[in-house]
Design a protein around this ligand. Sequence first.
Ligand SMILES: Nc1nc(=O)c2c([nH]1)NC[C@@H]1CN(c3ccc(C(=O)N[C@@H](CCC(=O)O)C(=O)O)cc3)CN21
Ligand SMILES: CC(C)C(=O)C(=O)O
Ligand SMILES: [Mg+2]
Length: 265
Amino acid sequence: MTTVASIQEQETPVTMLTAYDAPTAALADEAGIDVVLVGDSIGNAVFGYESTLPVTMDDMTRATTSVVNAVDDALVVTDLPFLSYGVDRAQSLENAGRLLKEAGAHAVKIESGPHTVELTEAMTRLGIPVMAHVGLTPQHVNSVGGYTRQGTTAEQAAAMLDLAKSHEEAGAFSLVIEHVPREVGAAASEELDIPVVGIGAGPETDGQVLVVDDAVGLSERVPPFAEAFGDVRGEMRQAIERYRDAVESRDFPADEHSHSEGLDL
Ligand SMILES: Nc1nc(=O)c2c([nH]1)NC[C@@H]1CN(c3ccc(C(=O)N[C@@H](CCC(=O)O)C(=O)O)cc3)CN21
Ligand SMILES: CC(C)C(=O)C(=O)O
Ligand SMILES: [Mg+2]
């Protein structure tokens, strides 16, 4: 069983991967992935939106339920979607609570800002473990104006590290750092006691996370920091084309798929 405590103690890099459905989550869990993240990247990866902004609490609750149904060992962390937190404190707590009570997540992840420090403290106090997220925070795509690398000046990097530390002090059990220079990823891992999980943050972080569709080679386009470790897109295309061909040529269904009662009709 992976717990928020066990990922803080483990010596080997923390392996984290997104999943949005039961079969994918089962594979990740069987493969020994430490943390399965039900990311709001479901908006891009599954729903085909240009950003994560349209993703709702209902979407995250349903996807989390699917993942929890399939996972035995991994820690399940779920993203709080855009505007489900930070607008109203009570509603933020209720939404985080829903992901734990209704869907069975073990923890929530929140895209961090100065306004989430107090919220992180409140959730932690109530027994909702919080993973912080600094650097590129895709829910800010409209205010940032794209998915560009963050923390590229010494001043910006220092401010980011301060924000990360405030969240550690507020009780965050771990932190994601996204799309930053490798020295910023390394500094965060060095300066924080909690595990720092990087995505596009270089090799020196305490762990790595990727979107599963990017990692298995299903995504059409991937961020510059992602790597496809397989060609699921090619495999699926080939299988679908073979199916189409077999139907058109009447090779499918074959005798083995077909049943006769010998009826005289
Ligand atoms: N499939 C998938 N993988 C991800 O890693 C991911 C998502 N979806 N959705 C939410 C965010 C968006 N992410 C992204 C998306 C694009 C870039 C990217 O292409 N960056 C380029 C261009 C930046 C620009 O000009 O806007 C770069 O060079 O930084 C980076 C991170 C990471 N997250
Ligand atoms: C890329 C990870 C960190 C994420 O937040 C997501 O998948 O939504
Ligand atoms: Mg996310």
